[in-house]
Design a protein around this ligand. Sequence first.
Ligand SMILES: [Zn+2]
Length: 475
Amino acid sequence: MFLVLCSEIFFVMVSYFINKTIDTPINNWAIKFLVESSGYKAVKSNTITDQVKLYYGNDLVEINTLSNSIILQQKKTSSSAIFSFNEKSKLEELSFDIIEATILLLTDKIHCNLNKEHYDKHNRLKGSCSYQFKNGSIQKPIVNYYVLLIKNSIKEKFLLTPIPFYPKDYTCVVVLSHDVDEPDRYAILKRQKEKTKHLNFENKLYYAWIFLRKYIRKIIFGGHKSYWNFEKILALESKYGFSSSFFFSAKSRFEKGSNFKLDNSYDIDHQEFQKLFSSLNAKGFEIGLHSSYNANTTISFFEDEKNRLEKIAKRQIIGNRHHFWNLGKNEDQTLLAHHKSGFKYDSSIAFNDCPGFRRSTALPFYPYNSENNITLSTLQIPNFLMDTNLVNDEDEEEIVQKAIVFINELTKAQGVASINWHVRMAYPTDKKLSLYARVYMKIIEHLSNTKNVWVTSFENYYQWQKEREDLINAQ
Ligand SMILES: [Zn+2]
């Protein structure tokens, strides 16, 4: 699709050497991330030769041997120092260790000393408790600037042209995504009695209460189709030449193993979804999995949900996003489960209560699993903006301007990140939710007027990312 790049010639091999005392798998992972995100191939050298372009360590004898290498010094790195970085910082003048900083941010080790009250009941770090917020950097993906620094240093010193971040003339990517939580406003009324048999007494009571509430609302407000905005969203986004990803629940609240109070009510087996899936497939929009609230607790849940969605949607499911962003208490374990379940990408790392870059990156990465010392194969693509964490009591125009501030930061950092707008909130069919929809429409209109921003689905972006990796690895 993007292979037009092959007509150009790239020499992108970057040989690096790590001092033996700090030659750990995680340090290698961080160097590879920085170099390969830059668009070069990172090749480890076990000896110091003239070919070594990047050196990590403090050994003066080794450093003196290397007259023409970029030296990355190992330094004591405090959490606040890494945020002192600004766009004009020079690699050799950094007051912190860029490798250590990359590890602290991308693995989220930076928050390892926080405790329970810094997280909400769905295991999400509260924005105001994050180091990003405390250091005034929640809207700045500083890992992108580390990558840009490495990229430009290699380019200037060795006159090597890297594989570009993005195809064509794009300098930034905004992925449009829609979690599908309540496509059918009255789905709960469609349930059959036998499907509630296994519920405990408390959940049976809860079911009776929400059933009654929905029943009365249906009589008073109607609006059977007021959350079913798929066709309208498709038409709206297609008008600008955009595409997007829809994340569907494949396990309803009525299934065994679900969280009855928090999971969704709809069943993708209903005929209306089958028609919808055909339409999304035909029009080039992506279908991904919105994994259930408890999916992080059992690997087979991921596999069962993915298989079911694949069967009904009649397509391969490559991506996932957790309902409630609920990665569980042990996020590393959940990221490992994505890898074991064969997801190509996941996009569940985000702040829930405010816009921003949860791990300070607006570039995708393959997470590191410290327990097994492996790099995971599921690409993690950040989300930086969501309907409910952007829209508040402010005036509509102020809300839109706030979104534009974040989009400008993403553009400046040459990043890629997604926006998540729930289906019921992305088109002004329902009166109560119409503010969210109007804001969304203005955001995508703004994007259509912003030069060099590629607005697309995860699937399309992922395809490019793989082609880029192949180009880098072909060297
Ligand atoms: Zn959800």
